[in-house]
Design a protein around this ligand. Structure first.
Ligand SMILES: [Zn+2]
Length: 210
């Protein structure tokens, strides 16, 4: 995919996420890797109405090259690219179910979800919870950097998920699976639940590990 196709694809997927209620107002941001930097959705932009031509272009240091001013949450994306060489795209949402889980007390910070479904295991993997810091706080960048090498999916406490993928489609699919898993997890709260066994999880990891 060349740069123009990638710009169009970001706008198309942004609208799709917005139309299905996974992004609202100016919440959420998408980035994708280019040979000489990254494309990043602009600050205060609505994911449902992105103009491909105005999407911010950043160099490999994260400096603005062209387009509108980038999202204030760009540093979350940069952390993922820096720590994960295979990362081709990053998506961050404030989607309701994932944010609700990020506010629950007593969450396992190294592996937020128990193994509810095979797709959660395969597409979300071990979701790390990063402690709460105000949006844009430098300490938040440091906290994300610490876990980004080991986890491609990160949940910011009382804020929302950040997911890296090898491609834009892969990152969007994984964050949608994360949101769906969060919804199931909340539906099952207080219900006797039959989780996948450690043996079944190991088998999935053996068969489908990327
Ligand atoms: Zn955010």
């Amino acid at each position: 995919m060349n740069e123009n196709q990638l710009r169009e694809h970001i706008a198309t997927l942004g609208k799709s996420l917005y139309d299905r209620g996974l992004a609202h107002g100016s919440a959420g941001n998408i980035s994708a890797k280019l040979p000489d930097g990254w494309l990043m959705t602009p600050t205060n932009s609505c994911m449902g109405r992105l103009d491909p031509a105005r999407i911010s272009k950043l160099d490999t240091e994260g400096r603005l090259v062209s387009g509108d001013k980038p999202s204030k949450e760009t540093f979350l994306h940069v952390c993922m690219y820096r720590e994960r060489a295979s990362c081709g795209a990053v998506v961050h949402l404030h989607s309701a179910h994932a944010v609700a889980v990020s506010c629950l007390d007593g969450i396992n910070a190294d592996d937020v979800f128990p193994p509810i479904t095979a797709y959660a295991v395969m597409q979300v993997g071990k979701l790390a919870l990063v402690p709460y810091y105000p949006p844009g706080d430098e300490t938040l960048a440091e906290a994300v950097r610490k876990v980004a090498g080991k986890h491609y999916a990160v949940l910011l406490a009382n804020h929302g998920p950040v997911v890296a993928g090898s491609s834009l489609d892969a990152a969007v699919n994984a964050i949608e699976e994360l949101e769906q898993t969060a919804k199931l997890y909340l539906l099952l709260q207080g219900q006797p639940t039959r989780l996948l066994t450690p043996g079944q999880v190991a088998e999935l990891n053996r068969r489908f590990a990327s």
